[in-house]
Design a protein around this ligand. Structure first.
Ligand code: FUL
Length: 471
């Protein structure tokens, strides 16, 4: 995407208040911080989800686990097509259901007899994960896997031996398909009151991920890498903290309440940022009768604003059809969405423009120090101050994108955006948390300057990037 390549107004202004030295501004001992892997995950922002397996052919959402392997037989599987469309939609990665609740493995696992190897597809010689992982590398996409803990097929499910099976299958995925950026643990479990109960050895599974793929982020209701957003509509709360208290909560039914997942915990003990999941169709798997119910580019864009635009990541499910291709309707919607992203965020009017610190209590404070972070550039200013962006001449704009420098914790709790009017300032937008990205859209205005004021912050706010778009 063109907008992703643009450099924006990266440079550093430190401080202006004599008592503040870099160390004290940047570090705040009380704040929880992300790992480098989590920071890379934040930058991944938007990726596709592929639900594919026996359900694609049996028209179910939750397979029973009793399906025979011969149902799985895509006629024209083309992972390059999936990846081309993902790129055109602006996605930076993909995650596939390596195994859904029905237990069928899309790769020839050595620890199951319910896999592609037992299916007629490619005479049992195929491996969907291999094809997709290779295609991702060719197309510059990150690759991740969903491995359902709940398994309706495996004979050992419900016994301690199943933990060995799960650990072994997980290890195959972690060691045989190259770098993974995400491992997805679904909390769903539809076992009835008399169903098999499995006590999962999650600490063991977490250790395996850490050992084999230290950069992979584990998704679940409680992370540890990132958290479910509490709904399957693809949206997060306007106030969205990356921190979460997970003590006392588990995965699935024992997860934190939905409103906590939506907001996070301002004083939460762990960095567990939100990932919003949603399907482009009503179901997660492909159903021909839903071909007319594919979300439009406009609906997808709204979802994007309410997820990525509020500091969360977005995983958008696009279920391949029975051919093993993304259906024409879905692909048209995704390409339309990608164009909309490019049209909106293609040309940053603030590119190369300077930011001037301004202080309410006095004249322009001198810039006392220029500080360049080792890993990136960042704007830094005092929470009592404001920041003015000068566009050079009057411009019309309706979108502003703000990004906080998260390496030292999430700080901003409230801010306003204003433009000059009658010798003073007029508010055009306001918000609470900023986080990785906050996208603000408002009725178009014409102005030369934009003033950003952080009105509440947990420590000195660190702003990484400000972008302005016509819309
Ligand atoms: C849910 C599952 O039960 C659905 O089938 C789907 O995989 C969705 C992403 O998560 O919990």
């Amino acid at each position: 995407m063109r907008y992703a390549l643009q450099t924006s107004i990266f440079f550093l202004l430190l401080g202006a208040i004599p008592a503040q030295v870099p160390g004290t501004i940047f570090t705040s001992p009380g704040l929880v911080k992300p790992t480098l892997a989590q920071l890379a995950w934040h930058d991944t922002e938007f990726y596709l989800f592929f639900h594919f397996g026996p359900n694609t052919f049996t028209n179910l959402e939750w397979g029973l686990g009793a399906e025979t392997e011969d149902v799985f037989n895509p006629t024209d599987l083309d992972c390059d097509q999936w990846c081309r469309i993902a790129r055109q939609a602006g996605a930076r990665g993909v995650v596939i259901t390596a195994k859904h609740h029905d237990g069928f493995c899309l790769w020839p696992s050595r620890f199951s007899t319910h896999t592609v190897r037992e299916s007629p597809w490619k005479n049992g010689q195929g491996d969907v994960l291999r094809e997709l992982a290779d295609a991702c590398r060719r197309h510059g996409l990150k690759f991740g896997v969903y491995l359902s803990p709940w398994d309706r097929n495996h004979p050992q499910y419900g016994t301690p031996a199943y933990n060995d099976v799960y650990a072994s299958t997980l290890t195959e995925l972690l060691t045989e398909y190259g770098d993974l950026f995400e491992v997805w643990w679904d909390g769903a479990n539809g076992e009835g009151p008399n169903g098999k109960k499995q006590v999962y050895d999650f600490p063991r599974f977490e250790k395996l991920v850490a050992q084999h793929q230290p950069n992979a982020i584990i998704f679940s209701d409680i992370g540890p890498g990132c958290r479910w957003a509490g709904n399957e509509q693809g949206t997060i709360g306007e106030t969205n903290w990356c921190m979460l208290d997970t003590a006392g909560f588990g995965r699935g039914a024992t997860g934190p309440p939905a409103d906590t997942l939506q907001r996070g915990n301002i004083h939460g003990a762990l960095w567990v940022p939100a990932e919003c999941d949603v399907s482009i169709r009503p179901g997660w798997f492909y159903h021909p009768e839903e071909n007319d119910r594919v979300k439009t580019p406009e609906q997808l864009f709204d979802i994007y604003l309410q997820s990525v635009g509020r500091g969360a990541n977005l995983i958008l499910n696009v279920p391949p059809d029975r051919r093993g291709r993304i259906h024409e309707r879905d692909s048209a919607a995704l390409v339309g969405f990608g164009k909309k992203l490019e049209k909106t965020f293609g040309r940053n009017l603030a590119n190369g423009k300077k930011l001037h610190p301004e202080f309410e209590a006095g004249p322009l404070a001198p810039i006392t120090q220029l500080h360049r972070m080792a890993d990136t550039d960042a704007y830094v200013w005092s929470s009592t101050g404001t920041f003015v962006l000068d566009l050079g001449c009057k411009r019309r704009f309706g979108t502003v994108v703000l990004q906080e420098y998260l390496n030292e914790g999430q700080r901003v709790a409230a801010f306003t955006l204003e433009i000059p009017e009658n010798g003073g300032w007029k508010e055009i937008a306001r918000g609470t948390t900023m986080g990785h990205k906050r996208i603000l859209q408002f009725p178009k205005v014409r102005a030369k300057k934009i003033r950003l004021s952080v009105t509440e912050s947990r420590a000195t706010p660190l702003i990484k990037k400000v972008q302005v778009f016509k819309k």
